[in-house]
Ligand binder design. Structure first.
Ligand SMILES: *Cc1c(COP(=O)(O)O)cnc(C)c1O
Length: 428
C-alpha cells in the first residue's frame, strides 16, 4: 500500500518512505491510499494482541515488511499490556500506561523506533520532536542507544511536570533535550520550520517522531481492537451496548487511530473527543470556524494544544465518508470539573489523573443511556503526582520507572523561540 500527501496528492510514498520522511511536501500529512476492510472481525478479536496486531497492520506495511519482520517488530514494541478496567456497569477505562514511560505514547514510539531502525540501513538520522510532556519520554526511551539515530527533543520550559521532565532529560547518550522559552505550539512551530529547511533536513537526516508520523498512528489502532476484544470476552458481544470511546485529545492522534480502527470494521459506534480549555475543535464542530486561541496551560498539560496537527487527517476521514460524518463529537472540560471528576472517580474506587478525568467527564455529559462508554487512560496517575495528591488529599506511590529517574540530573540546554538558534544547535 502507498501513502499519499493530503495537501499535494501527487506525492506518494511507501510505508518506509512515510516513516522516514514524517511529513510530506508543503507540510502535508501522509495518509493511506486505501483502508482495508476486514470481514472476519470476530476471528481477529479472538487472537492474542501480537498476532491480531500483525494481521491488522500487515496490509498497511506489506510493501516494506514481511509478516515475520512485522511480527518481530510488534512483539518487541508491544511487550506490555493494554488493559480495560470496569469503573461501573456501563463505563470502563482502557489503561494504556503500562509501558516503560507510563503513557500510551510508548505504543506508537516503540513501534516507530523499530520500524525506523529496520528502514535506516545504517544511515545517520536525527529525530527532531516537540513534546507537551509524554511524547518526549516515550520517544527518548524508544530510541535510546539505537545506533545511528540521534534524538533532539524540544519542550516548553517550565510547562511540564518535574517528573515528566526527568523521564526524558536524564538519559544522555544519543538523547539531546532543549527547554524552549515558549509554549508547546512554539516548539511545534520550530519543528515545522526545521522541516521546511531543505539544507538542514538533508545535512542531518531530519525525521520527526511526532504523532504526525503515520507509524505511530498505525500502532495505536491495535489497542482499540484489544479493548473491544477484552470487553467482548468479559461481557459477551451480544450483552454489550454500542461502544463509545471518549478520548482525551491534544494533537488528535489517538482519535485518528480510533477512526482508522472503525474504518477497518471494528464495531465502535462513535467517538467523543474530550479537550481541556484548549477547545479549538469543540468550537470548530459547533460553529464551522477554525479559530485557534492562544494556548492556555492546564492541569491536563499533555493536551495543551490549540492547533492540533492531526486534525487534517480526522477532517479527511469525516469528509470523504471513510467514517460516518456524525461519529465524532467534542466536549471541552474546565479545570474545576476535571478535579471534581478525579474526586468522583476516587469515590468509585479508581485513582485517575487529569487527562483520563477529562475523558470520563465528557462521557458523563455526552454518552446516552444505551451506550457503553470506554475512556482512555493515557498516563499513569503517578506521572501527575502533585496534582493527583493535592486534588485527592492522599499520597500516591511512585512506580519503579519514575522512582528510578527522580534522583537523576536534568541534562537539557535552554533556547529561545528563534529558529536560527535551534538551527545552529542542530548543525553543531
Ligand atoms: C499526548 C497525550 C494526550 C493527547 O493525545 P493526542 O493523541 O495528541 O490527542 C492525552 N493524554 C496524555 C497523557 C498524553 O500524553
Amino acid at each position: 500500500m502507498k501513502f499519499y500527501n493530503l495537501k499535494e496528492n501527487d506525492e506518494q510514498v511507501s510505508f518506509a518512505g512515510a516513516v522516514k520522511q514524517g511529513l510530506g511536501r508543503n507540510q502535508g500529512l501522509f495518509f493511506p491510499e486505501s483502508i482495508p476492510s476486514f470481514d472476519n472481525i470476530e476471528e481477529l478479536l479472538a487472537l492474542p494482541l501480537v498476532e491480531r496486531s500483525v494481521k491488522v497492520l500487515h496490509p498497511f506495511v506489506s510493501d516494506d515488511l514481511s509478516e515475520s519482520q512485522l511480527k518481530a517488530i510488534v512483539t518487541d514494541a508491544f511487550n506490555f499490556p493494554a488493559q480495560t478496567q470496569a469503573i461501573s456497569e456501563d463505563r470502563a477505562i482502557l489503561e494504556l500506561f503500562h509501558g516503560p514511560t507510563l503513557a500510551f505514547k510508548d505504543f506508537g514510539a516503540r513501534f516507530m523506533a523499530k520500524c525506523l531502525q529496520a528502514f535506516s540501513q545504517g544511515k545517520k538520522i536525527t529525530i527532531l520532536t516537540a513534546t507537551s510532556g509524554d511524547t518526549g519520554a516515550a520517544v527518548a526511551h524508544a530510541f535510546h542507544d539505537i545506533d545511528n539515530i540521534e534524538v533532539v527533543i524540544l519542550y516548553p520550559k517550565g510547562k511540564i511536570s518535574l517528573l515528566q521532565e526527568k523521564m526524558f532529560t536524564t538519559l544522555g547518550g544519543n538523547i539531546k533535550t532543549v527547554a524552549v522559552e515558549g509554549t508547546f505550539d512554539d516548539c511545534q512551530a520550530l519543528v515545522k520550520q526545521s522541516f521546511d529547511d531543505q539544507e538542514l533536513k538533508e545535512t542531518i537526516g531530519l525525521n520527526s517522531a511526532n504523532s504526525i508520523n503515520i507509524s505511530r498512528l498505525l500502532a495505536q489502532i491495535c489497542y482499540y481492537f484489544e479493548a473491544v476484544a477484552q470487553l467482548y470476552r468479559q461481557k459477551g458481544c451480544g450483552a454489550l451496548n454500542d461502544i463509545v470511546f471518549s478520548i482525551p485529545s491534544g494533537n488528535f492522534g489517538n482519535l485518528t487511530a480510533g477512526l482508522f480502527a472503525k474504518a477497518l470494521g471494528l464495531p465502535i459506534k462513535r467517538f467523543i473527543a474530550a479537550t481541556n480549555a484548549n477547545d479549538t475543535v469543540p468550537r470548530y464542530l459547533q460553529t464551522g470556524e477554525w479559530s485557534p486561541n492562544e494556548t492556555v496551560a492546564t492541569i491536563s498539560n499533555a493536551m495543551d494544544v490549540s492547533n492540533p496537527n492531526n486534525w487534517p487527517r480526522v477532517e479527511h476521514m469525516l469528509k470523504t465518508g471513510l467514517v460516518d460524518k456524525d461519529c465524532v463529537s467534542s466536549v471541552s472540560i474546565d479545570e474545576e470539573q476535571t478535579q471534581m471528576t478525579m474526586i468522583q472517580l476516587a469515590k468509585l474506587g479508581y485513582i485517575s489523573e487529569p487527562h483520563a478525568a477529562v475523558a470520563y467527564k465528557a462521557l458523563q455529559y455526552n454518552a446516552l443511556d444505551d451506550e457503553f462508554g470506554v475512556f482512555l487512560g493515557t498516563a499513569h496517575p503517578a506521572k501527575f503526582k502533585e496534582i493527583v495528591e493535592s486534588t485527592l488529599g492522599q499520597p500516591i506511590g511512585l512506580p519503579k520507572e519514575l522512582a528510578d529517574c527522580a534522583s537523576e540530573t536534568i541534562l537539557s540546554t535552554t533556547a529561545s523561540i528563534e529558529f536560527s538558534e535551534l538551527r545552529a544547535y542542530l548543525l553543531s
